[in-house]
Write a protein that binds this ligand. Structure first.
Ligand SMILES: O=C(CO)[C@H](O)[C@H](O)COP(=O)(O)O
Length: 218
């Protein structure tokens, strides 16, 4: 099985978490793109979706799935999204696709976060994948200096502007032993919109594709 086949298998399995007549929270990324294709096969059973990025909204609409404004949605049962890294405690690094802030917002509203991933994303300690931090553009240099004080090496993601009009700093060389504490510390830096640690609100379930098949971990 290739990595893409593992992603696709996890994405298809995630359909089992979707109840009829509901609005589905949809994340961003290549694994989610497989999920959107799978969701299109049951689109007549759902009401529609809430999306975490312009890119996913475009794909959902192209498949004939209605995309709702989050402000018009009271209840969101599930949020389906990928991850760049995930631990056995369900803490994640996300934001490789620069959609971290909207992802965190939709995840906060959803009752359940179902992470879909291939098994290369599973790690013991977070931090090998550079941690994305979304920053207000005028605060970029200040925030970078503060991130150095926290032990990281921030690198400006050149040419990338988020859906919210901000920039991304990718923080290298972090060994994240206490993800909740670091998530809070980074979010407390003035000028940070949010960071890609999803530890305070991690995943509830991991649907993981591997060469041995699909595993569902809680
Ligand atoms: O957080 C994300 C986007 O901001 C993605 O979920 C993460 O980057 C994983 O992407 P992929 O499914 O392409 O491996």
């Amino acid at each position: 099985m290739t990595q893409d086949e593992m992603k696709k298998a996890a994405a298809i399995k995630a359909l089992e978490f979707i109840e009829d007549d509901t609005i589905v929270g949809v994340g961003t990324g290549s694994t989610v793109n497989f999920f959107i294709e799978a969701l299109a096969t049951i689109k007549d059973k759902i009401v529609g979706a809430v999306s975490s990025s312009e890119e996913s909204s475009k794909r959902l609409k192209a498949h004939g799935i209605e995309v709702f404004d989050l402000n018009s949605v009271d209840v969101l049962d599930v949020y389906i999204d990928g991850a760049d890294e995930i631990t056995e405690h369900m803490a994640m690094i996300k934001g490789g696709g620069a959609a971290l802030t909207r992802e965190k917002i939709v995840a906060a509203v959803a009752k359940k976060f179902i992470c879909i991933a291939d098994d290369t994303k599973q790690v013991r300690v977070l931090g090998k994948f550079p941690l994305p931090v979304e920053v207000i553009p005028m605060a970029r240099s200040y925030v970078a200096r503060e991130l150095v004080k926290l032990g990281g090496d921030p690198v400006y993601r050149q040419g990338v502007v988020t859906d919210n009009g901000n920039v991304i700093l990718d923080v290298h060389n972090l060994e994240i032993l206490d993800p909740k504490a670091l998530e809070t510390a980074i979010n407390n830096i003035v000028g940070v919109v949010t960071n890609g640690l999803f530890a305070l609100r991690g995943a509830d379930t991991l649907v993981m594709g591997s060469k041995a098949g699909i595993q569902v971990l809680k």
